[in-house]
Design a binder for this molecule. Structure first.
Ligand code: HEC
Length: 338
């Protein structure tokens, strides 16, 4: 009896050790303990004309907060996909491939259905650190891992701009992510406790990298497996975007011959401003409605950065039927030619 007790207690100890090591090495403890979050502060961002203008530019043209995601949109509508007067009013994301119901909340200052009662720091923490106003982990489809590099001044500008929107009463349901993603995603938030400096604008490549990050180009243009970027394929395309019955694979933006080696600055500006590459019309799934308002200088900086990417040989062609691609392990037009 004594021997059995001893054996059982050893077995139990081994099991506990294995479990602790197993969790530490695989999913980590955040799914169980909850996300990393810092306490809120009472900071407030002073509204200035410069901040209002810069915030408007980031929220509507670069990051597309109020025009790309946080607004009911219709990709097939002529003359812009956001219904007039609904910028920032939020929507249930109409994307069938998401793990559950993902709601981009109403960010207008409406006190009942919007962000009217959220403090500046609640918004700041949500945008860059992934913790909602109510302490909940935000599903990282909200690109807070990218927005971590948003400078303090740009962050203040976005929040000043959101405060200036006309309040829209627009009730939305809550986000509901399926098991086990709703626990696993708790590892994504990371607090920011140090100052984030403004990017160096005198270096187009560095500034271009900043803009490409805030513009979330990688989110669509880098192929991914279970939400993780496929290594060695940064911005090399092949990921399929689907929404409202439309679907298209993203383009290879590297300068390999299978990518956009034939682009020059002028063609890049034309593509992002008009949605046409010479006579070829791009699918509305490439969000031109957002990027068309980027300045020439910013588009040039983005292009300078794209030119520094490692060229990746990866053919993606939406005029061909989707086939399996062994390079990005996804299905897309021209996949069988890779
Ligand atoms: C929501 C997903 C999404 C995001 C975000 C996105 N793109 Fe795209 N992009 C697409 C899709 C889909 C296509 C393919 C469209 C087609 O083939 O008709 C595309 C095509 C393009 C093309 C055309 C390439 C060609 O075939 O000539 C360029 C250039 C481009 N994207 C640049 C960018 C840049 C730069 C950014 C960031 C500022 C960006 N995209 C962000 C989805 C996206």
């Amino acid at each position: 009896m004594k021997k059995l007790c001893k054996f059982l207690s050893y077995a139990l100890l081994t099991l506990v050790v294995l479990l602790v090591v197993g969790i530490s090495l695989t999913i980590g403890w955040r799914p169980i303990l909850g996300p990393k979050a810092r306490p809120l502060t009472a900071r407030q961002f002073e509204a200035t004309p410069q901040r209002l203008q810069r915030g408007h530019y980031i929220a509507t043209a670069l990051s597309g907060c109020t025009t790309g995601c946080h607004a009911p949109r219709n990709l097939s509508a002529a003359g812009g996909f956001v219904a007039p007067g609904m910028e920032g009013a939020g929507q249930v994301m109409p994307i069938p491939t998401l793990p559950g119901r993902v709601v981009a909340p109403n960010l207008t200052p409406d006190p009942q259905t919007g962000a009217g009662n959220w403090t500046d720091d609640q918004l700041a923490r949500a945008i860059r650190e992934g913790i909602g106003h109510d302490g909940r982990t935000l599903f990282p489809f909200m690109p807070y891992p990218n927005f971590r590099s948003m400078s303090d001044e740009d962050l203040a500008s976005v929040i000043v701009y959101l405060r200036s929107l006309p309040p829209v009463h627009h009730e939305l349901p809550a986000t509901e992510i399926i098991f086990p993603v709703k626990y696993l995603m708790r590892s994504a938030p990371e607090p920011i406790t140090e100052a984030v400096a403004a990017p160096d604008r005198s270096d187009p490549v560095k500034y271009g990298r900043y803009l490409v990050t805030l513009g979330s180009c990688r989110e669509c243009h880098t192929p991914q497996e279970k939400g993780q970027a496929v290594p060695g394929m940064e911005l090399a395309g092949g990921f399929t975007v689907a929404e409202s019955g439309l679907s298209a694979a993203t383009a290879n933006l590297t300068s390999d011959a299978s990518g956009i080696s034939y682009y020059d600055e002028a063609l890049f500006i034309q593509a992002l401003r008009t949605g046409y590459v010479k006579a070829r019309k791009l699918s509305p799934l490439m969000p031109i409605d957002v990027y068309k308002n980027l300045s020439d200088d910013d588009l040039k900086a983005m292009f300078a950065y794209l030119r520094t990417l490692t060229p990746v040989k990866h053919r993606v062609d939406n005029s061909l039927p989707p086939t399996y691609c062994k390079l990005c392990r996804m299905k897309h037009g021209g996949g069988d030619q890779n």
